[in-house]
Design a protein around this ligand. Structure first.
Ligand code: AMP
Length: 185
């Protein structure tokens, strides 16, 4: 299965992506994780991305799209994957489409985790000081960026018959069950 998971920061995407990918035996490809690993190792990509991440902005599409294309071309992603945090805007969605089409592939489904925004802010703030982009100002900005840049993907994928919207509130296991049910797996 080729899947995309979308939802605002703090919706529990990372946790669900981990569980669902394991369950479907596909690699979980999280752009945020790849960027953070690069920041941690101070690679040129990491140094470039950090400025945007710390400000709650999207890393420029050219950088992100190349990074994902490279990851998707690896053998473990040949027969399926779960993308977490990508695409994040319509331009990235178009590039993803083209890349998959060129490889004779296509997405099977896009799962949207639906959560209440105030709830999300509390969840992110309580995640603690582990991430340099988890301060209240940056969180609010990331939510604005989500609303303006990423939310349009919901309509985009709905029009293409790929969207499954799932209630993201509640216990992790309950949300996982809802996602698997929506995917009919
Ligand atoms: P995340 O862990 O998905 O919340 O991502 C953390 C940060 O990494 C984001 O706030 C962005 O700065 C950057 N990032 C992750 N995925 C993308 C993407 N698809 N496009 C641009 N920037 C991204």
């Amino acid at each position: 299965m080729r899947l995309v998971l979308v939802g605002p920061p703090g919706a529990g995407k990372g946790t669900q992506a981990e569980v669902i990918a394991a369950r479907l035996a596909v690699p979980k490809i999280s752009t945020g994780d790849i960027f953070r690993a690069n920041v941690g190792q101070a690679t040129p990509l990491g140094l470039r991305a950090k400025v945007y991440m710390d400000a709650g902005e999207l890393v420029p599409d050219a950088v992100t799209n190349d990074m994902v294309a490279d990851r998707l071309s690896q053998p473990d992603a040949a027969h399926g994957f779960l993308l977490d945090g990508y695409p994040r805007n319509l331009g990235q969605a178009e590039v993803l489409n083209e890349n998959l089409e060129n490889a004779g592939a296509a997405l099977d489904a896009v799962v949207e985790l639906v959560v209440d925004v105030e709830n999300v802010i509390e969840r992110l703030l309580s995640r603690g000081q582990g991430r340099t982009d988890d301060t209240e100002d940056v969180i609010r900005h990331r939510l604005e960026v989500y609303a303006s840049e990423t939310q349009p993907l919901v309509g985009y994928y709905r029009e293409r018959g790929l969207l499954q919207s799932v209630d993201g509130l509640g216990a992790v296991d309950d949300v996982t069950s809802r996602i698997l049910e929506a995917l009919k797996v």
